[in-house]
Write a protein that binds this ligand. Structure first.
Ligand SMILES: *Cc1c(COP(=O)(O)O)cnc(C)c1O
Length: 383
C-alpha cells in the first residue's frame, strides 16, 4: 500500500474516497518538484506568512532550566502559528490543480482560520465544517473565518464535535472532488496527507537546522516539539532525520499520569484505525482531554507511530499543570507568551534539561499565546 510507514498510515477509507485520494496523490507527486509551484509557494511563505522565522537563544530561560535552549519562532508567523505553512502549500496545490473550492474541518478553530486566510488570499470559495459545540465555544474564531469570507457549516450529527466535522468534510470531498480540495490540517488522515503535510511543514526544520549550524557551528543534542496531530513536530524532526539528534515529542498529558483523561496516543495509547489511517489511538475508556485545545485529538500522525515503534523518537504526556508552569516561565523570563500547545514542548525541555543528559535543546515554539489569554487568566490570579 502506498504511503505507509512500517505498516502505519495507509488509506483505510470507504470505496468512494479511493479515487479522489489517488488523484490527489498524483497531483501532489506532479507538483511537489514543479518549479512554478515552488516559486509561488516560497514567495507566499516569505511575503504573506513572514518566513524565515528567527531562531532565538533564550538566555534567561536557559539559565533557569539548566541547558542551552533555542526557540524556533513559529509564533511570529502570520496567524500566530505554524499552521499557515501547510495551509499555503495545500491552497496553492488546489489552485495549481485548477480547483476553486477549499473545504476543511476545524475543532478549536485555528486550522479553519488558517484555511480561511489562504482562501481569501487565493480567491477560493472556502467552507469550514465545525461541530455545533465548537462553534458555540469558539465564537471569535468563527467570526474571524466569516470576516475573511469563509462559510462555516455547523455539524450537528453524532457528538457534534471534531470527529463528526471530519466525517462531514470527507463526504463533501468524495462528492465534489472535481472542483474541491480538502485541506487537512495536520500529518493525519489517509495517504497522501501525512507525507504531504510533513513536506509542507519541513520548512521549519530546514530553516532551524541551517540557523543552528550558523549560530553554534553544530547541531542540537535534541529537537523538542508538542504533538497534537503531529505536524509541527514532524516538520521539525524531518530535517534532522539522518542526524545524531534525539527527537522528543510532548503530548497532552491531561490531569496527570494515572488519569483517564489525556491526549497522549503515543505515550499511552494503542494501535488502531482512525480517520483513514492506521496509527496510535487513545483507548475507548479514556476521555480525550488536554488544557490546550490544539492537542485534543484522539489519534496522531502515523509517521510518529512509526518513530515511536522503532525508537527514533520518544513521546511523553505532559500534565496540564506542567505546561501551564512553562507557559508562565517563558512569559516571565523571556517576554514571550507561548501558545498552550507549545508550552507542552517547553515543559518537556525543562524535564530534559533537569535530567542533565543534553547540553543544547532546540524547541519548536509552534504558536503564540494570545488566543489562550482568557483561559490563562482563569488559572492565574496575578492581583
Ligand atoms: C494546531 C496547533 C498545534 C497542534 O498541531 P500539530 O499538528 O501537532 O502541530 C500545536 N501548536 C499550535 C500553536 C497549534 O495551533
Amino acid at each position: 500500500m502506498s504511503g505507509t510507514f512500517d505498516g502505519y498510515g495507509g488509506r483505510h477509507v470507504p470505496d468512494p474516497l479511493e479515487a479522489p485520494l489517488e488523484q490527489l496523490a498524483a497531483t501532489y507527486d506532479d507538483l511537489r518538484d514543479d518549479d512554478d509551484f515552488r516559486a509561488d509557494l516560497d514567495l507566499f511563505l516569505r511575503d504573506f506568512a513572514g518566513r524565515p522565522t528567527p531562531l532565538y537563544y533564550a538566555e534567561r530561560l536557559s539559565a533557569e532550566y539548566g541547558a542551552e535552549i533555542y526557540l524556533k519562532r513559529e509564533d511570529l508567523l502570520h496567524g500566530g502559528a505554524h499552521k499557515i505553512n501547510n495551509a499555503l502549500g495545500q491552497g496553492l496545490l488546489a489552485h495549481h490543480a485548477g480547483k476553486d473550492r477549499l473545504i476543511a474541518e476545524t475543532g478549536a478553530g485555528q486550522h479553519g482560520t488558517a484555511t480561511a486566510m489562504v482562501g481569501a488570499l487565493l480567491g477560493l470559495d472556502t467552507e469550514i465544517y465545525m461541530g455545533e459545540k465548537d462553534i458555540e465555544r469558539q465564537k471569535m474564531n468563527v467570526f474571524r473565518m466569516r470576516l475573511m469570507g469563509a462559510e462555516v457549516n455547523e455539524v450537528t450529527r453524532g457528538d457534534a464535535g471534531l470527529a463528526d466535522a471530519v466525517d462531514a468534510a470527507l463526504e463533501d470531498f468524495a462528492a465534489n472532488v472535481e472542483d474541491t480540495h480538502y485541506l487537512v490540517g495536520s500529518v493525519v488522515g489517509p495517504d497522501p496527507f501525512p507525507r504531504m503535510v510533513r513536506d509542507f511543514q519541513r520548512v521549519i526544520g530546514d530553516e532551524a537546522r541551517e540557523q543552528f549550524r550558523e549560530r553554534t557551528g553544530g547541531l542540537p543534542d535534541a529537537a523538542v516539539a508538542c504533538v497534537g496531530g503531529g505536524s509541527n513536530a514532524m516538520g521539525l524532526f524531518d530535517a534532522f532525520r539522518d542526524d545524531d539528534v534525539e527527537f522528543h515529542g510532548a503530548e497532552g498529558g491531561g490531569e496527570g499520569a494515572a488519569s483517564k483523561r489525556h491526549a497522549a496516543p503515543l505515550a499511552a495509547g494503542e494501535d488502531g484505525v482512525i480517520h483513514g489511517m492506521k496509527t496510535r489511538v487513545i483507548d475507548d475508556d479514556v476521555e480525550v482531554h488536554s488544557v490546550s485545545a490544539g492537542l485534543d485529538y484522539p489519534g496522531v500522525g502515523p509517521e510518529h507511530a512509526m518513530f515511536r515503534a522503532v525508537g527514533r523518537a520518544e513521546y511523553t504526556g505532559i500534565p496540564d499543570d506542567e505546561a501551564l508552569a512553562a507557559f508562565r516561565d517563558l512569559a516571565e523570563y523571556e517576554g514571550i507568551i507561548p501558545a498552550l500547545e507549545s508550552s507542552h514542548g517547553l515543559a518537556l525541555a525543562k524535564r530534559l534539561a533537569e535530567a542533565g543528559e543534553h547540553d543544547t535543546l532546540l524547541v519548536n515554539l509552534s504558536g503564540r499565546g494570545d488566543k489562550d489569554m482568557e483561559q490563562a487568566a482563569e488559572r492565574f490570579d496575578l492581583g
